[in-house]
Design a protein around this ligand. Structure first.
Ligand SMILES: NC(=O)c1ccc[n+]([C@@H]2O[C@H](COP(=O)([O-])OP(=O)(O)OC[C@H]3O[C@@H](n4cnc5c(N)ncnc54)[C@H](OP(=O)(O)O)[C@@H]3O)[C@@H](O)[C@H]2O)c1
Length: 317
């Protein structure tokens, strides 16, 4: 038997349980799990609110992990929906992404999920080129903060960080943001600030969506000075809502494209290639989300913990 965290009800946090040790079928490998991130998607899956949420319960919680393989090497795995929160899990070796020796498993698993969102968007979903400008809408969360670093790392000339939390925005100025815009309840002030700072961006990476995005799109499109300059608006997260209303006029009157980035929209083989490059960048120290560790036995406390800006709950096994 091994220790694990099981989702037994979508209305409760996962529970610490003992389960039979997994056995590998031909072509599979049993690996030791070292660290698992508790990301928004991990929580959404365990709450039955994600498209990869389990169809039947109980089910293993967890969506990604840093694991130790049979040969002693470390790897990062992402098994959306299949579960990673157990002392040992079964993986398809072809999906194991090598982790450079000496990398900190907790830091890596805290950082990968937030960082991959912008990395995959800029590298695979839009024709982003060094020298272009990027708006990060919802920059104060972990994924938004990483998006600033990722955009800069990939050569963005100018990154505009828009978010609600003023203190966090000020910190982001020292972490690569060239310009900050505070999203306030005053819609006119917010729209004017977005129009001034982001009128001519080439890419918007959007973690908010919902009504705040409707306002931001109107502000940026209304301020554009070159209407045929391509603007790719990439939906990545939905912290502000799951839907928007978009006028046909917005699409007709500017070279404006709306698309999404995430599991399903990027080919898995391409994702694997991009993950491998991103892991190297994180392991080299270019970007980091601070892990807030919990032991597996305290999985319920881990689920109840609210991460401070710049940190991510990580379960250490
Ligand atoms: N598609 C992908 O590949 C992918 C990958 C990773 C993450 N995501 C998604 O990206 C989103 C953010 O993830 P995360 O890891 O950054 O989560 P996080 O660290 O928990 O940050 C979320 C932040 O969103 C901000 N926020 C919430 N409601 C907002 C609103 N109405 N307007 C502006 N900001 C708002 C909050 O910042 P303040 O409290 O400071 O305002 C909060 O800190 C989630 O929806 C996640 O599922 C997608």
């Amino acid at each position: 038997m091994i220790n694990a965290a099981l989702v037994e009800s979508f209305d409760e946090p996962p529970h610490f349980r003992s389960i039979p040790a997994p056995e590998a079928a031909p072509g599979q490998e049993v690996v030791d799990v070292l660290a698992v991130g508790v990301h928004p998607a991990t929580r959404g899956i365990a709450a039955g609110k994600h498209h990869t949420s389990p169809q039947s319960l109980p089910a293993l919680a967890g969506a990604d992990a840093v694991v130790r393989r049979a040969d002693g090497s470390l790897a990062y795995v992402m098994v959306m929906g299949a579960g990673t929160l157990a002392e040992r899990i079964v993986i398809d070796p072809a999906t194991a992404i090598p982790v450079p020796g000496g990398a900190d498993p907790a830091l890596l698993v805290a950082t990968m999920n937030p960082a991959l969102s912008s990395w995959c968007a800029l590298r695979t979903r839009v024709p982003f080129q060094a020298g272009q400008s990027v708006l990060v809408h919802g920059a104060t969360g972990n994924a938004g903060s990483m998006a600033i670093k990722v955009a800069k790392h990939l050569g963005a000339a100018r990154v505009i960080a828009a978010g609600r939390n003023r203190a966090r925005l000020d910190e982001l100025t020292g972490q690569g943001a060239d310009h900050i815009v505070q999203l306030t309840p005053d819609q006119d002030v917010t729209a004017a600030a977005l129009a001034e700072a982001a009128a001519d961006v080439d890419v918007a990476l959007d973690y908010v969506w919902g009504p705040p995005t409707e306002l931001a799109m109107r502000a940026v499109l209304g301020a554009r000075t070159q209407h045929t300059r391509l603007l790719d608006w990439v939906q990545i997260g939905g912290m502000g809502g799951d839907a928007i209303t978009l006028s046909g006029h917005a699409l007709r009157s500017n070279a404006f494209r709306v698309l999404g980035s995430g599991f399903g929209s990027v080919d898995m083989q391409i994702m694997q290639r991009e993950f491998t490059q991103l892991i190297t960048v994180i392991a080299a120290g270019a970007m980091a989300v601070r892990p807030h560790p919990f032991p597996l036995a305290e999985v319920e406390a881990a689920w109840a913990h609210h991460d401070a800006p710049g940190e991510r709950t990580v379960i250490i096994l």
